[in-house]
Write a protein that binds this ligand. Structure first.
Ligand SMILES: Cc1cc2nc3c(=O)[nH]c(=O)nc-3n(C[C@H](O)[C@H](O)[C@H](O)COP(=O)(O)O)c2cc1C
Length: 256
């Protein structure tokens, strides 16, 4: 049994919500899946004030008191998540963006390793493809294994042909997502993922000290020395590339 939680950034129960339900029912037809749909508008999420206390001292010192941790707990308790948003003015909805900003510290200290992510964007006419890419990038940044998301066009009234087309897209996405859920959770990182980790951690090691939460978090997890966030078998090429990324980052950090 796998648990999937979908976080929906539309205040109304229409196209984004319907697409999520369609996606999840395709998923359920493939195997033993339990799901929950979380409508972000049902939760209290305050606007980030930009103090950066979460980055520097730790998220528990955030001055905002809202449902951030309830939502993080739901992600932690899931094998997979879906972030779904309508296209509002060529971006995610404000509720979805508020949610992502509340997760800002997780981009510094990723934690959702081994879990699967995908995105769904519902749009009227245009611009959703870039939002899917953005959300998928966010999923990677949070530590998830990301399955390419989908953008669906929902301009009313929809013909039957358009509805079938949407269903085909969501069914194919559900198949990719299910396959990823079934695979081992800790894949060997791509070169780009390796570069982001090694350059970031070297900068943290050289620039920060134990008065910063990023530093202590990385030190506690042994990330200041490890090959990657989690144990993995890097081949000879990636081992070499990792060392190169460490030294490039060290040179760049010292030159500042
Ligand atoms: C404030 C607002 C801004 C929107 N901006 C865009 C846009 O930039 N591009 C687009 O294709 N559709 C845009 N739309 C249309 C919605 O993306 C579309 O109706 C979507 O299906 C809404 O999802 P929902 O039914 O879950 O609310 C906008 C709608 C609203 C309310």
């Amino acid at each position: 049994m796998k648990k999937v939680t979908a976080f929906v950034g539309s205040a109304r129960k229409k196209h984004t919500h319907d697409a999520v339900v369609q996606f999840l029912s395709h998923l359920q037809s493939m195997g033993d899946i339990e799901y929950e749909i979380v409508r972000l508008s049902d939760y209290r999420l305050q606007t980030c004030k930009g103090c950066k206390v979460c980055f520097e001292k730790g998220e528990e010192h955030c001055p905002l008191k809202d449902d951030r941790d309830v939502l993080i707990e739901k992600m932690m308790a899931s094998d997979g998540v879906v972030f779904a948003s309508p296209n509002y003015s060529f971006q995610v909805s404000a509720i979805m963006k508020t949610f992502l900003d509340r997760l800002g510290f997780v981009f510094h200290r990723p934690r959702f390793f081994g879990k699967t992510f995908t995105s769904i964007v519902a749009q009227g006419i245009y611009g959703g493809g870039k939002i899917v890419s953005y959300l998928d990038f966010v999923g990677n940044g949070l530590g998830f294994n990301t399955v390419k998301g989908s953008c669906i066009t929902t301009l009313d009234p929809m013909t039957e042909k358009q509805q079938h087309q949407i269903d085909r897209v969501l069914a194919a996405q559900a198949r990719r997502y299910y396959a990823r859920l079934e695979k081992p959770g800790y894949p060997v990182p791509t070169l780009i993922q390796l570069m982001i980790f090694r350059m970031g951690r070297t900068k943290i090691r050289l620039e920060l000290d134990d008065s910063f939460r990023d530093y202590t978090y990385y030190a506690d997890k042994d990330w200041l020395e490890s090959d990657y966030y989690y144990p993995t078998r890097l081949g000879v090429l990636k081992k070499g590339a990792g060392k190169l990324f460490d030294s490039m980052s060290a040179r760049m950090t010292r030159a500042r």
